[in-house]
Ligand binder design. Structure first.
Ligand code: S3P
Length: 449
């Protein structure tokens, strides 16, 4: 939803040990894809563990607007009656994707090869984000886009009535762009080839195969070459959404920096295209273990155990790891502030075009909390102050970005003075139970009003 209520500030205070189990919500990326592929299938798709964050709820509404039946049966349990590949109806209202770049970009892809026209909008954050990265490849299929200057929302897409398959090299490391092209390719005849130079999260490829599409991935010198045969009949599936490693990052990192903590975060997907943060934390010397490692639904899963780690050291994060932890740099920078030595993060230009400019948002707030940060167009570095030494005591602006809000609230739990965020409302987009879950572990968080 693009309408915003009033800002609601939140404050976190130095907290006692965090302990217990943190049951984080379902994976946001997989939740969006379950709804969209369910809508593009024939028959019924049943989803359990769906993230009921605002981003995903907006995608559910959009799928209804394109003609699918989407129904919530109980908490986290949803049933979708799909319309089949090429079966999208023309929505009679503007599609409002709220705060969600994933939602809008994937849905634009899914409708771009059907003879329907749809207008998309979002909130103040989404309406600033670049869409040409998606509409450029969609134009190759024959879709036409008309938006605001700079390729921004609101934007109308006229789907191609007679789509052609494409061969596309994704110019930025983006799973959203790759996925938009693959979803568009579903209704184009023949084979579409998408090439990515750097591996990004592969949930779309895995799920397309699960729904019955013919899709292959070959690792070549050019990169990952993904070939999809168009116009398959996708069949409704049963999907169990794993818990989100990007949400798990918050209780894990908070436990590492709050004295005396010992937190178990069960059932976290450790797909290698998503698990970069946990490897990085271990490289820094974090006491983070993977317990009970197993496979579920073709994905590696483990229970994460994080214990207070006062001796972590800054490192240079390998740039080739960036895509596998792209959403986790804000919370990593908080851990880096509580470690000793400098943490360097390079090859992270994409952070500048997320829900906010995440390098800028974190650098401003960390500096206000007494931490030294340097930054350039595609890099930044944080000077660690050592466990327990971050002054805090500031109000940090969150720019409608859920991960910025949660990161600063975690920082306040380990700082000398409380840390306030100007607005915690965006947290509901991905992790609606963040406040109560962290409080139950022992965090001291106040919400204004
Ligand atoms: C996502 C891909 C990433 C990530 C976003 C979710 C996805 O964006 O930041 O939160 O589900 O495909 P980019 O593809 O723009 O890197």
């Amino acid at each position: 939803m693009s309408g915003h209520g009033p800002k609601i500030p939140m404050t976190s205070h130095a907290s006692g040990p965090l302990s217990g189990e943190a049951h984080v919500p379902g994976d946001k990326s997989i939740s969006h894809r379950s709804l969209i592929l369910g809508a593009l299938s024939v028959g019924e798709t049943r989803v359990t563990g769906l993230l009921e964050g605002q981003d995903v709820l907006d995608t559910a509404k959009a799928m209804q607007a394109f003609g699918a039946q989407v129904e919530r049966t109980e908490a986290g349990e949803w049933i979708i009656q799909g319309v089949g590949v090429g079966g999208f109806a023309e929505p009679d209202q503007v599609i409002d994707c709220g705060n969600s770049g994933t939602g809008v970009r994937l849905i634009m892809g899914a409708m771009a090869t059907s003879p329907v026209t749809a207008t998309f909008t979002g909130d103040a954050s989404l309406n600033k984000r670049p869409m040409a990265r998606v509409t450029d490849p969609l134009a190759l299929f024959g879709a036409q886009a008309m938006g605001r200057s700079g390729g921004r929302l609101p934007m109308t897409i006229q789907g191609a009535a007679d789509p052609m398959p494409v061969r596309y090299v994704v110019p930025v490391p983006s799973a959203q762009v790759k996925s938009a092209v693959l979803l568009a390719a579903l209704n184009a005849p023949g084979q579409t080839v998408v090439i990515e130079k750097e591996a990004t999260r592969d949930h779309t490829e895995r799920m397309l195969a699960g729904f019955g599409a013919e899709i292959t991935t070959e690792v070549t010198e050019e990169g990952r070459v993904i070939t999809l045969t168009g116009q398959p009949e996708l069949t409704g599936q049963t999907i169990v959404v794993p818990r989100d490693p990007s949400s798990a990052a918050f209780p894990v990192c908070a436990a590492l920096i709050v004295p005396g903590s010992d937190v178990l975060v069960p059932n976290i997907g450790l797909n290698p295209t998503r698990a970069g943060l946990f490897e990085t934390l271990r490289d820094m010397g974090a006491d983070l273990t993977y317990e009970n490692p197993r496979e579920e639904g073709g994905e590696p899963v483990a229970d994460l155990r994080a214990r207070y780690s006062p001796n972590m050291k800054g490192i240079s994060v390998p740039p080739e790891r960036a895509a596998s932890m792209i959403d986790e740099y804000p919370i990593l920078s908080v851990v880096a502030a509580c470690a000793t030595g400098v943490t360097e993060m390079t090859g992270v230009k994409e952070l500048r075009v997320k829900e906010s400019d995440r390098i800028d948002a974190m650098a401003r707030g960390l500096r206000a909390c007494g931490v030294q940060v340097k930054d350039g167009p595609d890099w930044w570095s944080v000077e660690g102050m050592g466990a327990g030494n971050v002054p805090g005591g500031a109000t940090c602006e969150t720019f409608l970005d859920h991960r910025i809000a949660m990161s600063f609230l975690c920082l306040g739990m380990a700082s000398k003075a409380p840390v306030t965020v100007d607005d915690g409302t965006a947290i509901a987009t991905s992790f609606p139970i963040f406040g109560p879950l962290m409080t139950q572990l022992g965090a001291k968080i106040d919400t204004a009003g």
